[in-house]
Design a protein around this ligand. Structure first.
Ligand code: SF4
Length: 467
């Protein structure tokens, strides 16, 4: 029986096997497990739920191996590209992660050679489905390049394009792009106009323009085509209800509660963003509990914290969640890449930001010459949490991920003991919070958890529990 455990309040403990099956044990059951003094009923429970397998139980062993393999499976085919047609931007947010350049500065857009190399790459991909995210800078400053890429993708059976925009410009050219049914909008909404103006736009005029354009796209396309996310300064987080209201007002139901990312400009202007403390984690829990309460009060709509929903699906729906910041193994430069404004290829957007900030050059190649490089191979030697001694004993390892670039960004190295990293502290907190919620006997909590898992019904009142 290879079970890892995590201590929860009231003497109870969570036990998890390598395939991600888990149960909660009462204080008394914990004592029996620790002292190898199991009752017959305990043996029955452990057998029934697949935590103990008899040597001759071939089906049980195959099922366990399948569960582990399913959690470790990742696509080996390139089908997700982050493209940066320009690094220019018409705003200068205090925590811009990408160190953009001024909108009028020449030399920071794709050259014709780079554009052709990107289009040629699209022609050679073996996949039948493609996802492309246009990042910047502000990609709507070059709608012509965005259009060329979208048109070149007509041959794929499934296409999804996300334009990450500050919504400062919304002319006929851009609306024609957004009208495309496969195109989605991602923007930033930090809360009320006051907060948004302070953090991002810096002028009343630009703030008004943003909110007018947000209202226009919501009215034209409906909220399902638009994702917005706030960036929170943990030193001065906004009022929780005011933040939720600002999303509700536009019909937006998914809120990705991100503290300032320790990248790009933010490294200089928000130095304390390297680590998040207990105050941030307490704020995060209050925020999620407020969503739960509001979902229960008004069941006509469901609000979610996007990252918590992703983590929930990592627990219950292995293989269906492809969020590249939370997976293990997390191979770099294989199934997704970033093509920068100069044609340089990075393994992640954060790696691009580190290069721009002059911290470390994690480029793995160029779109013209390829990126099957020693740099990529070196990074991929460390892309799995199952090789890490701390993760190997962690109850959350089957659900958790590995983010080398985050470690390099914060500490300049990847070999710190895992528990000393912000990535680990964040995810230990997140998963322990989720498991506390899962075992709460509160209808409102169960209602939201089921919605966030995209289930029509409700979760069973008591999940696997050894009394
Ligand atoms: S990073 Fe931390 S929380 Fe995640 S599996 Fe490793 S030890 Fe566990």
């Amino acid at each position: 029986m290879a079970l890892r455990q995590y201590q929860l309040p009231a003497g109870r403990a969570l036990f998890v096997n390598a395939g991600g099956s888990f149960f909660l044990a009462s204080r008394a059951a914990c004592m029996r497990l620790y002292n190898s003094a199991l009752l017959d009923a305990d043996h029955d429970f452990l057998h029934l739920h697949g935590h103990v397998l008899e040597p001759g139980d071939k089906l049980g062993h195959v099922a366990r191996a399948y569960a582990e393999a399913q959690r470790a499976a990742v696509s080996r085919q390139l089908d997700y590209l982050i493209l940066v047609p320009t690094l220019r931007c018409d705003l200068s947010c205090s925590y811009c992660q990408v160190s953009r350049v001024a909108a009028t500065q020449p030399g920071y857009d794709w050259s014709e050679d780079t554009a052709e190399a990107v289009l040629h790459l699209l022609d050679t991909l073996a996949t039948s489905q493609i996802k492309i995210e246009f990042q910047g800078g502000e990609p709507t400053l070059r709608p012509d390049l965005v259009r060329r890429v979208i048109e070149r993708c007509a041959r794929f059976d499934q296409r999804e394009f996300v334009i990450c925009t500050n919504l400062q410009r919304l002319d006929d050219d851009i609306l024609a792009l957004l009208d495309h049914p496969d195109v989605f909008i991602s923007t930033s909404l930090d809360g009320s106009p006051d907060v948004h103006s302070r953090n991002r736009t810096g002028s009343a005029q630009a703030t008004d323009r943003f909110f007018d354009n947000l209202a226009t796209v919501v009215a034209r396309y409906g909220p399902k085509k638009i994702a917005a996310l706030p960036t929170i300064d943990p030193a001065a987080p906004p009022d929780i209800d005011a933040l939720i209201d600002s999303y509700n007002r536009h019909g937006l139901e998914s809120i990705f509660l991100r503290p300032i990312n320790y990248q790009g400009f933010a490294r200089k202007r928000h130095r304390d963003a390297r680590e998040q403390g207990d105050d941030w984690r307490a704020y995060y829990e209050r925020f999620v509990r407020r969503l739960i309460a509001r979902n229960w009060q008004d069941r006509s709509r469901v609000l979610e914290e996007a990252y918590l929903s992703i983590a929930l699906r990592r627990i219950f729906r292995p293989g269906t969640e492809r969020h590249v910041d939370l997976r293990s193994p997390n191979p770099l430069g294989i199934d997704y890449i970033v093509v920068d404004h100069d044609g340089v290829v990075y393994p992640t957007d954060e790696a691009r930001m580190l290069a721009r900030a002059g911290v470390i050059d994690l480029a793995i190649g160029t779109v013209a010459a390829g990126w099957d490089s020693p740099a990529r191979d070196l990074l991929n030697k460390h892309s799995s949490n199952s090789d890490d001694p701390a993760c190997q004993t962690c109850a959350f390892q089957p659900f958790c991920g590995r983010d080398l670039v985050d470690d390099i960004a914060r500490y300049g190295r990847i070999d710190l003991p895992r528990h000393e990293t912000e990535f680990c502290r964040r995810h230990t907190h997140l998963f322990s919070f989720i498991f506390r919620l899962l075992y709460e006997e509160d209808e409102a909590v169960r209602y939201s958890l089921a919605r966030w898992l995209r289930l029509p019904g409700t979760l069973a009142p008591a999940m696997d529990y050894l009394a």
